[in-house]
Design a protein around this ligand. Structure first.
Ligand code: ATP
Ligand code: MG
Length: 804
C-alpha cells in the first residue's frame, strides 16, 4: 500500500527521497548550496512523525539560528499538523539552556542562572584583568576573552590548559590564573557564558551519566543542520547524546559488595543510541574563527561507523549562470571534494558587475537597481544586499534613506546592546538571580542615587564578612554603617526589587500571570526612578532611550502572548539568545541588508554582493590566518549561492574605511568567475593591471585634494594614476552624470530645524508633513507623510528637502 508519508516525498529527486526515508543509526547528507539540505531535513522530521516512528518529544532538531528553527517548526507543522508540538527544534544554545535550567542544581548552579553575553563576560574579564594586573603581560581583556572562548570550544578548562601550557612563561601563568578566576566568578554569580552553555552541558552529561541517560532515552532522533559549522564542544554534545543508554553508568555494587558489570549496552537493542542525521556542506564552512571544524563532517564516517552517506547535487535555487560562477570560484580551494552544482532551470541572466567611484556611488547603483527590479514586479522583500563588514552598511543606508528605498538591517540593530536596554535587563536579572552581583552593581546607581564606589565596596565587604549575598546585604542597609541618605536610597532600591520579585516570582507552585514580566519590568523602571531620570533630562538621546524602553516592555508583552506560561527566566533566555540573524522587526516589504555571515541558509530572488574588493573579501585580517583566504572564498561562495535569479557583484574604486580613504582593488575572486558569465555595467577597467601595487598604496585623499568632503567628489582622479572605468572614459558626459550622484555634492541640511507638524518639500516626493524626528546629529531622520508619495523616512542631513 501507499506509504503514510508518500505525499511528503512528492517532487523529491531520488537521493533526496533516500535522505528522507533512510532508517538507520547514522545518516550524513553532504551537498552543495541550495540542493535541498534544509528542506530534506524538515521532511525527514515530518516523515518520522507521520509514520509514527517517533513521538514529537523524541525529536531534537538543531538549526543554526532561532529564525531557522522557527521556520522549520512552521514547515513541519504545516506538513503534519498540530501533532508536531513538543518537538525540540532549536539552536545548540537554546537546547542547552533548556537542559541546564532543568539540571543546573546537579552541579552547584540554580535554575535561575544568568546567561552572560559576550559584553557581560567582557566586563567581568576586564575587572579580573585589572585585579591581576595582567595588562603587563600583554593580556588585554579582548585577547583574554577570545583565548578563553577558543579553549572552551575545545572543552578545555583552566586546569587542563595548565597541564599543556608552558608554565615557566609568566604570561601563561597569569592567563591560567585569570581563566580560573573567571570561571569561579561565573559560578559564584550563578551564571554561564555562551560557550559554557554548550561546554557545561557536555560536562554535566559526562559527570552524571544518569542525567545523560534521561536525555538519551528521550531523544531518539537527532538531526543537525549546517553541521559543517559545529565546533568541538557541539560535536561532543551530539556524541554524548547519541551514545547507547547506560553506556557509561558506573558499575553497580551488588549484594555483598560484589561488583556487577552490566552487559555492554551496545549489544542491547533497547539501549541503542539515538539515530543521528547531519547535513552540511564543507564549502560553506565560515565559522572557523569561532572554532568550527570541517573535520566534524569529513570524519563523520569514522565516528559513526556504518553511516549512510547521501549526496545531493541538483540545485533548486539558482540559475545555471550563478551556479557555474559559484563552482568556478570554489574550485580554487584545494583540499576539497569536487562537487558540481547543476540545475535544470536554464542559464538565466548574466551576472551584473558594477564599479563605482566611491562606496556612495556603489550604493547609489544598488539603490537604483533595486528600484528597477521593483518596477519589474519584484517585491522588496525578495532582494538582499550583502557586505563583508558591518561598517559598510552606513553608505548603503544613507543612500537608501535618501532614495526612499525601504530596508531592514538584519542583525545590525543591536537593540539589546544599548545601555538602557542592558540596564533594564539587569534589573530583571537582579530580581530573578540574586546571586548575580554584576547585575546588581550595574543598576545600584542607575539612575543616580548617590551610591558611589565607596558604598559599593562597603556593601561588598559586609556581604563577605557576613557570608551573605550582595543582594541580601542591600536588604540589611541599616547595618552597613552608611549615611542616612545613602541608606534610604539602598532601602528604597531593595524595596522595589522585593516588590518586583513578588510580581514575577510568586511562591513555588503558583504560576505568575502572563503579564507578570511586563508588569514587573514597568514597576522596576518606574518605581526605580529610571523613567523619571530620563524624562528630567533634556537630551534628545534620552527621549530615544525612553522609546527603546517602551519597546522592551512591548517585547515583554508580545512574549507573554506567545508564551502564556513563560516566566521571567524564559524571557531573559529568549532575549539573551537573540542572534545576529534574528531580527526584531518584520522584514516584509523591505530590502534586507546583512553581512555575508548572516546570509547563510537564506535565499532571495535578487542578491547584491557589495564591496567585492581585496582587503574586504578576502578581508585583510584573513591574509595572515592559516586557511584564511580559503575561508573567505567560502564566504563569498555562500554569498553568491543565496541568489535565485539575479546576482550583482559590485565594488568601489575608492573606499573610506579603516580611518582613511584608500584606493580599492577588485577582489581576486572576481577574476575566478569566467568572463562570459558577467556583464559589466561599469567595469573595473584596468585599475588592476595598470596601477598595480603602486596605485594601491596611493591615498585618494591626496589625489583629489580635499577628499570626499570637498567639492571635488570622488571622480577627479589623475588619469595617469587611477584610470577611470572604461565605460566612463568612452562616453563623454558620463563623469558629469556621475558627479550628480555623489552625495558629497548634496546640500547639507545638518542644521535644519524640523519638528512634528512642519511642512516640507522634497525634490522628488513633493510636499508633506513631518510626523516625527528621531536620531540625532548627522543621523537625524524625519518621518514624513507626503501628500501623494505616502510615508517615507529621510536622512535630514542629505535629503533634498526644504522647509515650507
Ligand atoms: P543551503 O546550502 O543554502 O543551506 P540547502 O541545501 O539547505 O541550501 P534548501 O534551502 O533546502 O537548500 O533548498 C533550496 C531551495 O530549493 C528552496 O527554495 C527549496 O524549497 C527548493 N527545493 C529543494 N528541493 C526541491 C525539489 N525537490 N523540488 C523543488 N524545489 C526544491
Ligand atoms: Mg540550508
Amino acid at each position: 500500500g501507499a506509504r503514510p508519508d508518500e505525499d511528503l516525498l512528492e517532487g523529491l529527486n531520488p537521493p533526496q527521497r533516500e535522505a528522507v526515508t533512510y532508517r538507520g543509526p547514522a545518516l550524513l547528507i553532504v551537498a552543495g548550496a541550495g540542493s535541498g539540505k534544509t528542506s530534506v531535513l524538515t521532511r525527514r522530521v515530518a516523515s518520522l512523525l507521520r509514520t509514527r516512528e517517533a513521538w514529537p518529544s523524541q525529536i531534537l532538531a538543531i538549526t543554526f539560528t532561532n529564525k531557522a528553527a522557527g521556520e522549520m517548526r512552521e514547515r513541519v507543522e504545516a506538513l503534519v499538523g498540530e501533532s508536531a508540538r513538543g518537538m525540540w527544534i532549536s539552536t545548540f544554545h537554546s537546547a542547552c539552556v533548556r537542559i541546564l535550567r532543568r539540571e543546573a542544581e546537579q552541579f552547584g548552579f540554580t535554575k535561575s542562572f544568568t546567561i552572560y553575553d559576550s559584553g557581560d563576560s567582557r566586563a567581568l574579564i576586564k575587572r579580573l584583568v585589572k585585579e591581576h594586573e595582567a595588562d603587563a603581560f600583554g593580556l588585554t581583556p579582548a585577547a583574554t576573552q577570545s583565548k578563553i572562548s577558543k579553549l572552551k570550544n575545545e572543552l578545555a578548562d583552566a586546569e587542563s590548559y595548565a597541564r599543556s601550557a608552558n608554565m615557566s612563561d609568566p604570561a601563561e601563568r597569569v592567563f591560567v590564573e585569570l581563566f580560573g578566576a573567571y570561571q569561579r566568578e561565573l559560578q559564584r554569580a550563578n551564571a554561564f557564558d555562551f560557550d559554557d552553555l554548550i561546554g557545561q552541558t557536555v560536562f554535566l552529561f559526562r559527570a552524571f551519566p544518569h542525567v545523560a541517560d534521561v536525555y538519551r532515552r528521550r531523544f531518539r532522533h537527532i538531526l543537525v543542520d549546517e553541521y559543517q559549522d559545529t565546533n568541538h564542544a557541539q560535536y561532543a554534545l551530539i556524541h554524548e547524546l547519541t551514545r547507547p543508554i547506560g553506556s557509561d553508568a558506573p558499575p553497580l555494587a551488588g549484594a555483598g559488595g560484589m561488583m556487577i558489570f552490566e552487559p555492554d549496552p551496545a549489544d542491547d537493542p533497547d539501549k541503542a543510541g539515538a539515530s543521528l542525521t547531519v547535513v552540511g556542506d564543507s564549502d560553506q564552512s565560515i565559522y572557523a574563527f569561532r572554532g568550527a571544524d570541517i573535520r566534524n563532517i569529513s570524519e563523520f564516517e569514522r565516528d559513526y561507523p556504518g553511516a549512510r552517506v547521501v549526496l545531493l547535487e541538483q540545485n533548486y535555487r539558482s540559475t545555471q549562470n550563478i551556479l557555474t560562477a559559484a563552482n568556478a570560484v570554489i574550485s580554487n580551494n584545494f583540499d576539497r571534494k569536487d562537487k558540481k552544482l547543476w540545475t535544470d532551470v536554464g542559464a538565466g541572466e548574466q551576472i551584473i558587475g558594477f564599479t563605482g567611484y566611491s562606496q556612495h556611488d556603489e550604493a547609489q547603483f544598488v539603490a537604483d537597481e533595486v528600484e528597477v527590479l521593483r518596477r519589474t514586479g519584484l517585491d522588496y522583500s525578495q532582494m538582499a544586499v550583502f557586505y563583508r563588514t558591518n561598517s559598510q552598511s552606513r553608505a548603503l543606508e544613507e543612500i537608501f534613506i535618501r532614495s526612499a528605498v525601504p530596508y531592514k538591517i538584519m542583525g545590525g540593530t543591536k537593540f539589546y546592546d544599548r545601555a538602557e536596554i542592558k540596564d533594564a535587563l539587569a534589573y530583571l536579572v537582579a530580581v530573578s538571580n540574586p546571586a548575580d552581583e554584576m547585575a546588581l552593581r550595574r543598576i545600584i546607581n542607575r539612575p543616580r542615587r548617590g551610591i558611589g564606589d565607596v558604598t559599593i565596596e562597603t556593601i561588598s565587604r559586609y556581604a563577605q564578612d557576613e557570608g551573605i549575598t550582595f543582594r541580601d546585604a542591600l536588604a540589611n542597609s541599616s547595618a552597613l554603617g552608611v549615611g542616612p541618605k545613602i541608606q534610604a536610597a539602598i532601602a528604597h532600591l531593595d524595596a522595589v526589587l522585593a516588590e518586583a520579585s513578588e510580581i514575577m516570582l510568586p511562591a513555588s507552585g503558583e504560576l505568575a500571570p502572563p503579564t507578570a514580566v511586563a508588569a514587573g519590568l514597568q514597576l522596576l523602571l518606574t518605581k526605580g526612578g529610571y523613567y523619571d531620570a530620563l524624562r528630567a533630562s533634556k537630551g534628545a538621546q534620552d527621549e530615544a532611550r525612553i522609546e527603546n524602553l517602551d519597546e522592551l516592555v512591548a517585547v515583554a508583552r508580545e512574549f507573554a502572548r506567545n508564551n502564556p506560561e513563560g516566566t521571567v527566566l524564559d524571557f531573559l533566555t529568549e532575549v539573551a539568545l537573540v542572534s545576529d540573524a534574528d531580527d526584531l522587526e518584520d522584514a516584509s516589504g523591505s530590502v534586507s541588508l546583512m553581512t555575508l555571515h548572516t546570509a547563510k541558509g537564506l535565499e532571495y530572488d535578487a542578491v547584491f554582493v557589495t564591496g567585492v574588493e581585496e582587503d574586504l573579501i578576502p578581508h585583510r585580517i584573513s591574509a595572515g590566518e592559516p586557511g584564511g583566504p580559503q575561508e573567505e572564498r567560502r564566504l563569498f561562495y555562500v554569498g553568491i549561492t543565496r541568489a535565485r535569479k539575479r546576482l550583482y557583484l559590485s565594488l568601489a574604486m575608492t573606499r573610506a574605511q579603516f580611518g582613511e580613504v584608500t584606493v580599492a582593488m577588485p577582489s581576486r575572486f572576481l577574476q575566478e568567475i569566467p568572463n562570459e558569465l558577467m556583464h559589466w555595467r561599469q567595469s573595473p577597467g584596468d585599475v588592476n593591471s595598470r596601477g598595480g601595487t603602486q596605485s594601491r598604496a596611493l591615498n585618494a585623499r591626496r589625489q583629489s585634494g580635499s577628499g570626499f568632503g570637498g567639492s571635488g567628489g570622488g571622480q577627479r582622479y589623475g588619469d595617469d594614476l587611477v584610470p577611470l572605468p572604461r565605460s566612463a572614459r568612452r562616453e563623454p558626459g558620463a563623469i558629469d552624470r556621475f558627479a550628480n550622484k555623489i552625495p558629497a555634492k548634496v546640500r547639507d541640511n545638518g542644521d535644519m530645524e524640523l519638528a512634528p507638524g512642519d511642512r516640507i518639500r522634497h525634490d522628488d516626493f513633493g510636499e508633506g508633513r513631518v510626523d516625527a524626528v528621531t536620531g540625532e546629529g548627522a543621523k537625524r531622520v524625519a518621518h514624513v507623510r507626503f501628500d501623494s508619495a505616502g510615508p517615507k523616512k529621510l536622512l535630514i542631513k542629505i535629503a533634498p528637502i526644504s522647509k515650507l
